[in-house]
Structures are given as C-alpha cells and as structure tokens.
Design a protein around this ligand. Sequence first.
Ligand code: ADQ
Length: 745
Amino acid sequence: MNTLRLQLRFLVPLVLTLIAAAYLAVPLMDRLTLRWFSRDLNLRGSLVTKTLSDSIAEGLQEPGSSRMQSLFNRVVQDERLVGIGLCSLDGELLRRSPGFPRSLTCARAEVIGQQDEPQIRIEGGPAHVGFYPVTDETGPIAQLILLQDLSFVEHRSQDTQKYLIILIAGLGGIIALITVVVAQLSWRGWVSGARALLRGEGLISPLMSSAAPELAPFAADLRARLRDLEDEYRRSLGPETEWNPERLRALLRTQLRGDQLIVVANREPYIHDKVGDDIVVKRPASGLVTAVEPLLRACSGTWIAHGSGSADAEVVDAHDRVLVPPGKHEYTLRRLWLSEEEEKGYYYGFANEGLWPLCHVAHVRPVFRESDWEHYRAVNQRFADAVVAEARSEDPVVLVQDYHFALLPAMIRKKLPRATILTFWHIPWPNPESFGICPWRQEILEGMLGSTILGFHTRFHCKNFIETVDRYLEARIEHEHSTISFHDDSTFVESYPISIEWPSEQTQASWLPVAQCRQNVLARLGLPPDHRIAIGVDRFDYTKGILERIHAVERLLEKHPEWIGQLSFVQIAAPSRGSLEEYKSFQERIHALTERVNKRFGFEGYKPVHLLAVHHDQASLYELYRAADACMVTSLHDGMNLVCKEFVAARDDERGVLILSRFAGAAREMSQALIVNPYHVEETADALQRALTMPEAEQRERMGSLRMTVREFNVYRWAGRMLTDAGRWRLRERIEARVQRHQPG
Ligand code: ADQ
C-alpha cells in the first residue's frame, strides 16, 4: 500500500509533465516543418520559373498569342501547383491561370513572398506564395507568382502530431514501468534493511561488510546505540521474564499438577568410577547433562540412563536406582546395563557413526550397518520397557533426550498411550536430501512422531524436520500450527533454544577473583604473568572445528608476529568416542598439527598451542573461562553449543571476547559475539586479532549484553517453555476425554 502511494506521488507529476511537454512541442514542430517546406517550395518555384523563363520571354514578344495561356494551363496540371500569375516589371498582373485568386495582386504577392511563412488561404486550403523574377539575357523582364499547395504540410503535421503523442505516451509508459520496478526493489531493500535492523543485524551488517569499510565506524556506533536501547528495554522488563528453579517447580505444581517426570538420556549425570580401592563420582562432559540436570534437581523425578561407570553397579539398590546428586539426594538415577555388543552397535555404531555425522553436515561420511540398527532398535526397546517400569501412573511426563532414542517415543506411546512425551533433539536436523541417505529413515521418523512435543534448538531445524516428514511419510502437516498428524497421533514441532543454569549468587561468590584465576592458570601452564591467552573448550569431536581453530592461531602468528612469545592458545579437549576410527584419526591429526605449530613458532619456555586432552572438573573449567582474554567456539556445525554460554556466565567482570561460529545454534541469540565462518581461516585469525586488541569499553559493552541474554534465556526457561506447552496439551487432552465421556452413546 505504501509503495503504491509513493509511486503515485511520483507518477502523477510525471504524466502531467509529459502532457504539457506534448502541448508545447506540437506547435513548435508545426512552425519548424512549415519553414522547412517553405524553403523547399521556394527552391522548387525558382526551378519552375527558370524552366518557364524562355517560353514566357517568347510569349511576351507576342502579346496577342494564346501560347502563354495554354502554357499556364498546362503548368497548373501539376497537382502541387495550384495557380500561376505573371506580373509586369511595374506590378501589373498580365496573365493568370485558372484557380489564381482574383484578389491577389502583384504588389500583395510580392509582400507575402518576402515573409518567413509566405502563405495565403485559397479555396482548396493553404497555398505557398512564391514571387520570382523572370529573366532573359538582357536582365529581368517580368515577375512570376507561383501558388503551391500547402495542404500536404497540414496532413503531415497532423501525422507528426499523432506520432509524437504516441511516442511521448510510450516513453511515459516505459518511464513509469521503470519507476515502479525501481521503487518496488528499493522499497523491498529498505523494508528488509529495516527488518534486519530490528533483528540486530540491520543496515549495520552491509555497512560493516568489506563493501563499505569507510562506514564501519559509523556502523559500530549505530550498533552500540542499538545495543544500549535493547539492554534498556530488557532491563525495563526486569524480573518479569526471569526463569529460575522456583518458577519451574511452581509450574510443575500448577500446570502439571505434580505429575511424574521421567528423563531418558543415554548419558548419566553422575558416573561412579573405581580408582584403586576408592569410588569417585565424575560429571561427564556433556551439553545435554549440563542442560537437563538442573531441571531434575528443581523438579525431582527419575533419570534413566546407561550405567557406564566402573563402580556404577556397586552403588545402586536392588532396582538399579541410586539417589543423586551424591549427598543431596534430589532425584533418582535409574541405571540400565548394556552389554559390550549392545553399546558397540547402538551407541558407537548406529548413533555415533550413523546419526551423528548424518545430522552434522561436517563432511564425515555416515556409516550404516544392519547389525548396528538391530542393536539400536533393541536398546531403544529396553529403555522403553524401563520407562514403563518406572511409571507410577498411566500418564507420566517423559522427556526423551537426543538422537540415541529416535525410536523410543513410539515404543513408549504403544505401552503408555496417555503419556506426554517430550522429545528433544540436541543436535541439528539436516535437510530432507541429506537425511534421505539413511536406510531406515522411515522407521526413525515414525518413531519420533510418537512424541507429543518434538523440540529442536532452532526454527531452522524444525523446518528441516517438517520438510523431511513431508518428503518421506504420508502424514498431515499443519504448517501454521507446526503440527504433524500421523496415524491417530499428532506431534507439535517447536524450537526451544537450550541453555545453561545461570550461576547462583552462592556459586559466583565461590569463584576466585579474575586476576587470581589468570595467575593460577598462567602459573599452571608455566607462562609469565602478562601473557595473553585464548581458549577452546570442547569434547574432542570433529564437529567442533578444533583443527580450523588451530589453523587460525597459526595464521594470526604469521600475520602478526608480534604475538609470538606473547600469546598462547589453550585447548581443553575432553576425550570422547575415542574407540571410533574417525575420532581416533581426527584426534591424531590435532596432536600432529599442534606439534607442527609449536615447532614453527615455539621456543624454549614458549608454546603457542597447549593441547590438554583431559577431562576437567567444573571449578577448573570456570577458572579457565575467567582467565581467558578470548574464547574460541568454532564449531563446523552445532545444535546449540553451551561452552560459549558458560564462558559468558563466568565473566562477571564483563571482560573477555567471545568468537563464535555462525554454524552453532547459539549464534542466533549471541549476536554480540564476534561471529565467524570457521572454514574461513583468515576471517577467524582476524577476529582473534580484533579480540586481543579490543578496547575494554567495547568488551564490557558486548559482554554485558551477552550476559543479559544468557541469564534471561537460561535452561529453566528452556524447560519451562517445554513443560508449559506440555501442560497445555495435557489440559486439552483431559478436557477432550471428559467431553467424550459425557457424550451420549
Ligand atoms: P555437546 O556436543 O556435548 O552437546 P556442548 O553444548 O558444547 O556440546 O556442551 C559441551 C559440554 O561439555 C559443556 O558443558 C562443557 O563445559 C563440557 N566440556 C567440554 N569440554 C570439557 C572438558 N575438557 N572437561 C569437562 N567438561 C567439558 C550436544 C550438542 C550441542 C548442544 C548440547 C545441549 O552437540 O550442540 O548445545 O548437546 O543440547
């Protein structure tokens, strides 16, 4: 509508101007053409006069003869010559042809003949008046008046007018069309610019691009102002939006009326290991555990997981249950034992050699083996049986976690049709073409559609999933409600961006000051006190972009040799899936690369890259986060990534810079980080340079804003949104069941 109004505002004056131009141009054209034709007719007249001169001279010798008259009669047979008259030198009209007006005297013809537009109107229309001397060898002997038809000029002028108007109208039409197209395009450009601006990228990203480097300071300033406004807005919303354990508990009490909560995840939140004669408790390095544990601690319930610790079996009761966290006993951990064969086929095989690379498009080829699939199916069934055994009612709320359990939802639904099953897929979902290579794609989709609610980190993954179902199953999809109906069940597909638990005041109070953390970390690594450090914290996995990160550090040292001896990159890599060939060779490549870079730029007492491939406890992880100048998260593909959120949570001093891959789900929320394409080593190296030289005020500004985002969009909000949706769903089901009960017949 707005574009239309804008275009009309431009087009109406344009059309009016063209009409006015046509009105002015037509008479001008008429006069111009008339002059051209007059000049031609004069030439023609002179020629005719010259041709007739001899005959006229002879005629004048014989005044009584009729030769002159018959000559004139012949001459006017030319359709253009409408009259001819002969004047004596003293201005007397001696002869005239038929059609020559009586009123035209020689004197008048002479005056008219000298004008710019020598014409008179006679019976047949306008006529050109030419007045020419007739000469012989003695000099002028008479004057000849030639009247030539001018009506053809009028006809031509009318034709010219017609063509001119058509031309102007055509021209107007073309200009209008171009205007409309240009206006549409530029309007769309502005609209998308404005939309992007509202998303926080805005006109800034194009401005920040290399296309307009001179505008970069302006864009940075604009971005800073926008951030201020955004922060101000968030602050004004304040505690209204805060999600915490109390609110989650209240939600369970009110919306879910204290219904039983069962979590199914492959990984257990606490591992009991035998070290010598002692049993030690370990927390696994897992994003899923980091996210789901606070939920169960807040709401109690049962966590069913594979018992993988060497002393796990020693601490459980007769029903394979143990209360956790150790010493606090806030919820139940139910362990399920897997044989080596089962673990190999279901966990390492189908889940981690098949589904993991299938969903992460990170250029590692998925492997699908029939035997792995069989184990995957069987283990899923065993977990489903465990859920049924743990359920105290026929409608518990079951939270199924991750790609290890794609078949579980439908298996639970079969035994507990009234259960509310929330499945959360912690890794990306690929596009239908990529997913299509899985030989059991249909079974997997059908299994997942046993869920009441199916959650992904981002809308993009939801869209991919819905499109995959659309491609491979006969299901009804309601796009506007994001719902898939398959057989008699329907599944609500929604994005729930996962997060971490925001550290409590008590936890924050337990942290050492940042300066102390720096000192401890530097001392541990044998580095001088003013040394700068960048860090990476990951499971040792090929999707995390560790290789690309070390290449970027190497490139930085090449481009800015002033950092050699001043900067070290510390990579903490928790051992992961090391028995798989792909992981083994990847980890070897990282070790080799580290060695090469250290050889190239290191010297006695200085290593540019410190690779610590060991598991760290939470306290030492946070100490490292607090000690770092920059944290590099360069995943090649990541559902969300929690390390970046932990880094931000650890920085209560509002310093330190986050470098974040655009291929991590977290990049959608954390736009104040330095966002990079990890495949572009140069770009990542430049971002690292920018991070290391970033003024403190900018660090504070960026970190302050990031902290507010992570604090607000915390893991309780993630769980709360899912459970609220589940509560609404259950209420609807109950009402529907009641209505059906009261229906006659
Ligand atoms: P992960 O692939 O495991 O999670 P991520 O989200 O980064 O990835 O979580 C890793 C967790 O392990 C973090 O809590 C981190 O602190 C911890 N960790 C890493 N290295 C460690 C080390 N050396 N010692 C101890 N702990 C370490 C999957 C998906 C992610 C998604 C999460 C949650 O791949 O995209 O964010 O699930 O949904």
